[in-house]
Design a protein around this ligand. Structure first.
Ligand SMILES: Nc1ncnc2c1ncn2[C@@H]1O[C@H](COP(=O)(O)OP(=O)(O)OP(=O)(O)O)[C@@H](O)[C@H]1O
Length: 489
């Protein structure tokens, strides 16, 4: 649909584009990203004939730009520029209707049913049908942007050029508009070339991206392949972290703020606090947590860890919602708290910590083995409702953990827990084999994300060895306390 070959551009003596080459297939959503001043708008202006092409070649559908008159170009392509003067005295519909100009013939062209249908459809795509009679100047910045996009769509182009189409829009407006635009483009086989400032928008919506740096191609390809932290770090001169989007198979990016306050070690001052029916860890600053807990599962930032004791007759029906209500009632924010449940007496919780120079960690364990299970033979169990008879574990590390280290810490802790159960000959009552855990165990691994970096936390590492020992010893002690309390009953 679009071929750009060896295109360069100078403003006076300043070179702002340097031999940029790419092509865009029909139906593609192609993004152009890059920092301020990298040449994105200039490139779009060259494609839209707004600037004369001095060096290189540009062709639309195989036809060189120089061969296309303005009206011929306008039948093939439409453009939504970065900034637009608002013309006064036009309604939204009249503004959108201007997009039909390229399709009209003669001095006094008639308004056809085709023109009307194109305008109505374009208004529907941008969600402005209900405001079509409003004067354009009374629209908000975001709505006006949508009206101009509708004007470009009403042109029924084959190629749509957009310079920051979601400028002025709030986040939900951006997502709604880009979802509709993508659907409309796919339905009509429309090719879209868009400049995006927001890396995540480009990643979510573009089939391919061109990354510009100082007028040169820094990368060209699918976002998942080319938008690497190293490249984005280099192009945007700021540290970028890449993570998987939770719902779409796309990468997501965050900038890491460089200004960080000097943080003192956390663990020296951290102690569990016992309430009547819970053991609580309260951190003076948020910790990054990977957990399987009832409240706060997955990766979170949390300040509180609440391991709550419930009766054996606790109805687990809607446990998560009930636990959230419990947390709120007791003054904990469910959004910043990791919430677990257990049927064992939380006053038997074991807190062990190891403070060594450069590798400080702690673990809080409550253990009950009413639901003990051998994971290798759990398939033999009759399906039964989960009961809150569990081993709950909270691990805190003073240091910066990679995601790999978080997962390895989970593995190390699980292995050490299984070993403690074996050591105390805890059996799965149904299979009569050694238990590896209980059916409702919870685990949270928390890290300050300041101080020493731990890329790994397997048993080959100093951190892994520390965690393995702490978890093993704390679990043994918690199991012994559980047995002693049962013996007293
Ligand atoms: N008319 C002009 N005359 C002189 N220099 C210009 C002109 N237009 C743009 N420039 C310069 O060319 C360079 C590229 O500008 P361009 O607008 O293409 O960048 P951009 O990547 O779109 O930036 P932004 O993200 O800020 O919109 C910038 O350094 C800019 O100052």
């Amino acid at each position: 649909m679009l071929q750009v070959r060896e295109v360069s551009h100078r403003y006076g003596t300043t070179q702002v584009l340097d031999r940029v080459t790419f092509s865009v297939e029909k139906g593609e959503l192609f993004g152009i990203i890059g920092p301020n001043g990298s040449g994105k708008t200039t490139l779009l202006k060259l494609i839209s004939k707004e600037l004369p092409l001095a060096s290189g070649e540009i062709a639309i559908s195989g036809r060189p730009l120089s061969e296309l008159s303005t009206k011929q170009w306008a039948r093939l392509a439409a453009v939504l520029p970065q900034t637009l003067e608002t013309a006064h005295g036009y309604t939204v519909k009249e503004t959108v209707a201007l997009g039909r100009y390229a399709h009209q013939r003669g001095l006094l062209p008639a308004w056809t049913a085709e023109d009307e249908a194109a305008v109505q459809e374009a208004l529907a795509v941008v969600g402005l049908a209900h405001k079509m009679d409003a004067p354009l100047e009374r629209l908000s910045g975001g709505e006006r942007q949508r009206a101009y996009l509708a004007r470009a769509l009403a042109q029924e182009p084959q190629l749509l050029l957009l310079d920051e189409p979601t400028n002025h829009m709030d986040l939900s407006g951006q997502v709604r508009l880009l979802d509709r635009l993508t659907a409309a483009a796919r339905a009509r086989g429309l090719t879209v070339v868009a400049v995006f400032h927001e890396m995540n928008v480009a990643s979510l919506y573009c089939d391919r991206v061109l990354v510009l740096k100082d007028g040169k191609t820094a990368a060209l390809g699918a976002p998942a392949d080319v938008m690497t932290p190293a490249l984005l770090n280099d192009v945007f001169a700021a540290p970028v972290v890449r993570q998987a989007h939770p719902a779409a198979a796309k990468p997501m990016f965050s900038f890491v703020p460089q200004h960080r306050e000097e943080k003192t070690p956390l663990l020296g001052g951290l102690r569990p606090v016992f309430l009547a029916d819970a053991v609580v860890l309260a951190s003076p600053r948020p910790l990054r947590v990977l957990s399987s807990a009832l409240v706060g599962a997955g990766f979170q930032w949390a300040t509180h860890f609440v391991n709550r004791q419930v009766g054996l007759d606790y109805d687990c029906g809607d446990a998560e919602e009930e636990m959230r209500r419990y947390l709120k009632r007791h003054g904990f924010s469910p959004e910043r708290t990791i919430g677990m449940m257990t049927a064992v007496d939380v006053h038997d919780a074991v807190w062990l910590q190891e403070e060594r120079k450069g590798c400080s960690a702690a673990v809080l364990v409550t253990a009950g083995v009413g639901n003990a299970v051998d994971a290798a033979r759990a398939w033999r169990h009759q399906p039964a409702a989960a009961k809150p008879g569990t081993i709950n574990m909270i691990i805190v590390v003073d240091g910066t953990l990679t995601e790999a280290a978080f997962v390895q810490a989970v593995m190390t802790a699980t292995e050490a827990k299984a070993k403690a159960l074996a050591e105390r000959s805890v059996c799965d009552p149904e299979t009569r084999t050694l238990a590896t855990g209980t059916s409702t165990d919870s685990l949270a691994v928390a890290a300050t994300q300041t101080g020493r970096s731990f890329p790994y936390a397997g048993t080959a590492t100093e951190l892994g060895r520390t965690l393995g020992r702490l978890v093993y010893e704390a679990t043994i002690e918690a199991l012994d306390r559980y047995e002693r309390r049962r013996g007293k009953r």
